[in-house]
Design a protein around this ligand. Sequence first.
Ligand SMILES: Cc1cc2nc3c(=O)[nH]c(=O)nc-3n(C[C@H](O)[C@H](O)[C@H](O)COP(=O)(O)O)c2cc1C
Length: 328
Amino acid sequence: MLTTRFTRLVGCSVPVQQAGMGGVATPELAAAVATAGGLGMIGAVRLPPAFLAAALDHLGQLTRGVFGVNFLMPFLDPACVAIAAAKVRVVEFFYGEPSAALVREVHAGGALAAWQVGSCDEAKAAVAAGCDFVVAQGTEAGGHVRGRLALLPLLDQVLDAVSVPVVAAGGIGTARGMAAMLAAGADAVRVGTRFVAAAESAAHPLYKQALVAARAEDTVLTEAFSVMWPGAPHRVLRSAVAAAESLPADALAGETQVAGARLPLPRFAVPTPTHFATGHIEAMALYAGESVGAVRVVQPAADILRELTEGTERLLRQAAAGAVAAPT
Ligand SMILES: Cc1cc2nc3c(=O)[nH]c(=O)nc-3n(C[C@H](O)[C@H](O)[C@H](O)COP(=O)(O)O)c2cc1C
């Protein structure tokens, strides 16, 4: 029932893309999502080419499902693109001008190319650059936020403007949200925050617990965590900003590891705390979307996916039958 242009293009069985999130979206998380029928993604922020190649080979051994790689443009190592394109189904970019040269390189390697965008103009530019699908990100999203519009008005514009499949992102944490997006014409949904709290994510256990405890009202769109990446708005738990503010100005929040190398984390540094992090976890960048209210427990990624897809099928069936959708 949930077959869409996205599932047919990508080759997965349910129209859910797990967001490729720097640090937390590891091969274990992507494999769990891919095996359960979604599009699993790894976040490739600050991963050197050899490390990325090994991670993708490992991922290929963990699942026979469909997976991809996400690159953040400000941190892109150009040598990584061809490596990724040869090993995954989808190579995707975020936070930079859509580039036809990068898309050509992805296609030359045999993968589909996608771009996460924050405006209708950016969506049109991504299509002009040759992207196979676009992800429309509303300001409800956790992590770095590209645009100024909430998801529904953005999706409305993008669906009218492009003919490639469109994935809706930002604040989607429940079957009701997913069903609404599909009913509005999106070809899939992209889910980030819910999967940060998955058992397989590499997020620090205290970060996962903070997500479980938070309500939708507890996030803020801010530029507070700007050390290492200034001027880039992002949505985090409000409590993390307050905890960082209470540290001395020149303090380290702690340290972490990226690709096996130690990385000290000054107060208000951008990297999110993974299970390698030590120090003031509560004062680090605890990215979270308005979807956080749907995080009730740390659970396997497959359970999250099942809850979303089974609930969406039920709601869409009820809507098609003309019934009033009752809360579950
Ligand atoms: C912890 C975290 C890290 C993120 N890192 C990235 C990233 O590296 N690349 C990217 O394209 N988007 C990143 N995002 C944003 C997601 O792609 C997506 O837009 C967002 O998670 C959707 O909103 P939701 O969190 O409410 O589901 C991140 C989001 C979170 C929560």
